[in-house]
Design a protein around this ligand. Structure first.
Ligand code: 5GP
Length: 121
């Protein structure tokens, strides 16, 4: 069951601050508080979805499209999407314990600003 007290739920309710990058009707994007690469952003749905399976079974098509589109919008906004100008980035989702998910609210990580390196370690 979705935990309404997870940290991203608190950010969405404005109870905890974030460095906002982008917001739309169904999506919020902000910088990760503990960046793992030079640029590290997070893109989250506003809806209460724990992970991709939860999104798939409960979200509207509109919410899903908006979420995926937000990844490219955010990458562009933070200046890491222009491949001609040395851009490029990695978007990834951790799901569950084996996937390394710590916050139980679906989120896409966006890493950029430098070579991201090995896909998994
Ligand atoms: P996960 O391991 O669940 O895929 O990633 C959770 C991410 O959330 C981590 O990269 C962590 O640094 C980030 N995070 C945890 N708490 C906060 C917070 O309060 N604010 C922000 N902006 N990021 C957070």
């Amino acid at each position: 069951m979705y935990d309404k007290n997870n940290i991203f739920a608190k950010i969405l309710r404005g109870e905890i601050p974030c460095k906002k990058i982008y917001e739309s009707a169904n999506v919020l994007a902000f910088y990760d508080v503990n960046p793992q690469k030079k640029i590290h952003a997070l893109v989250i749905p506003k809806g209460e979805y724990m992970d991709l399976d939860d999104l798939n079974s409960k979200a509207s098509a509109e919410e899903m499209v908006e979420l995926i589109k937000a990844i490219t919008i955010v990458a562009k906004k933070i200046g890491i999407s222009d491949l001609v100008k040395g851009g490029g980035y990695r978007a990834l989702v951790n799901v569950g314990e084996n996937g390394g998910q710590e916050v139980p609210h679906l989120h896409f990580h966006i890493f950029g600003g430098e070579k991201i390196g090995k896909m998994v370690s």
